[in-house]
Write a protein that binds this ligand. Structure first.
Ligand code: HSE
Length: 436
């Protein structure tokens, strides 16, 4: 078999990692594949900056067509990121018969169906292991190793920047803003960290994982997303006193005729494995009906870890090419005519335990009034914490509820916030108590 030829779009951090992996481990890859892999062309608008890797002359080009329209190239790696021009380049490469490897979670979560339809029509594949969890082999685990299972849930800590910030806030009692600045200074958060801290990056990833686990399309617009910007040091402290940690948790649950897909700060018991995932690390907990709970943990981002996922996909496709060219595994892990369109449960229907922190006047009957409003909406209190420290003219009341419906909680809070003894908007954090 002759050498399989690969083209790369985007020579940034991950692209540089891909070049390093090609160069350092080419012999290992040749031994595992049984033929050579060649990085034939790299296209980037910037062909002058020194990335710290040596390339043979003629490899680097600013002309994207030298990759996507190059008849020699079998596989195109897209590491540009964002929607455009990445999407147009991928569609052109597919039309030219190239297999695609991408790390682009935003593109796959929003435009995946269009890209997959084009690939299926052309008889090529699209692989995107690097889009979720960096170097963690989560997508291939769902599509291949665990594919005899029906999954009931997939829970994840999927954004290293948010996990770094929440871990620091927990360990040091710091507030959000200074820790975000530190994350930016260390290069973890983007210069514009909106997608990270507002939960959007995490939502793209859980949309993809839910689609893969539950065999359904996922309408990203229906995914509930709440980031970490309102998480305060005081809530982290109260959570700690109650035996919980606060994480930005991505939640996918399968109810048969509908699914839950949501992202929000979540209190999880300290004894829960996901509570131990700290710093920039990511983890995903899958529950399959035969495999049971499986936790995958590792580097969720970074040059080398993400390059590892990219190159794993390149080798998987190369093996298919060697075996005759037809992609062996469906792009979303289910045969295309078997993919459902399950609705996403409305947030108002979601059932959870809730942490509620009220800021109230320090006077008699306040608790009775709040408990009355909760009771009239069928919300039962599981436990309560009232710290002794208090402001001059206000006090915090912290309640943990039994399971309640989100719509009932919302209705109760509207009434509670109308009480003259309640001085500030209530802080609400959902609680994931029972690992399913
Ligand atoms: N910004 C992402 C993170 C990088 O912090 O995890 C990987 O998607």
């Amino acid at each position: 078999m002759s050498t399989i030829k690969v083209g790369l779009l985007g020579f940034g951090t991950i692209g540089t990692g891909v070049v390093r992996n090609f160069q350092r481990n080419s012999e290992i890859m040749r031994q595992r594949l049984g033929s050579g892999l060649e990085l034939t062309k790299i296209a980037d608008l910037d062909i002058d900056t020194d990335r710290g890797v040596q390339l043979e002359s003629g490899i680097l080009t600013s002309n994207v067509d030298e990759v996507i329209a190059n008849p020699e190239i079998d596989i195109v790696i897209e590491l540009i990121g964002g929607y455009e021009p990445a999407k147009s380049f991928i569609l052109k490469a597919i039309a030219n018969g190239k297999h695609i490897v991408t790390a682009n979670k935003a593109l796959m979560a929003i435009h995946g169906q269009e890209i997959i339809a084009a690939a299926n029509k052309q008889g090529v594949t699209v692989m995107f292991e690097a889009a979720v969890g960096g170097g963690i082999p989560i997508i291939s685990s769902i599509k291949e190793n665990l594919c005899s299972n029906e999954f009931s849930s997939v829970l994840g800590i999927l954004n290293g920047t948010c996990n770094f910030i929440l871990t620091k806030m927990t360990d040091e009692g710091s507030d959000f803003a200074p820790v975000l600045q530190e994350a930016q200074d260390l290069g973890y958060a983007e210069a514009d960290p909106t997608f990270d801290i507002e939960g959007i990056d995490t939502a793209h990833k859980i949309a993809l994982l839910s689609a893969l686990c539950f065999g359904t399309s996922v309408d990203f617009e229906q995914v509930y997303v709440e980031g970490i910007t309102k998480v305060s040091a005081v809530d982290i402290e109260f959570a700690d006193q109650m035996g919980y940690k606060i994480k930005l948790l991505a939640i996918g649950k399968n109810h048969g005729d509908q699914i839950e897909v949501r992202v929000h700060p979540t209190m999880i018991p300290k004894t829960y494995q996901l509570a131990e995932i700290n710093g920039v690390f990511n983890a995903v907990r899958l529950v399959g009906d035969f495999a049971g709970p499986t936790l995958l943990y590792g580097s969720g981002a970074g040059m080398d870890a993400t390059a590892s996922a990219v190159m794993g996909d390149v080798i998987a496709i190369s093996r298919d090419i060697k075996a005759g060219g037809k992609p062996r595994v469906p792009i979303m892990g289910y045969c295309d005519d078997q993919i459902k369109a399950l609705p996403i449960m409305a947030m108002s229907e979601v059932v959870s335990h809730y942490y509620l922190r009220f800021t109230t006047a320090d006077q008699t009957s306040v608790l009775a009034k709040i408990a009355g409003c909760l009771g009239s909406h069928n919300i039962s209190i599981q436990s309560m914490l009232q710290p002794e420290e208090r402001e001059v003219d206000s006090v915090s009341i912290v309640l943990m509820t039994h399971e309640a419906k989100e719509a009932d909680i919302a209705a109760a809070l509207v009434e509670i916030e109308k009480l003259d003894v309640v001085l500030q908007p209530t802080c609400l954090i959902r609680v994931e108590n029972d690992p399913v």
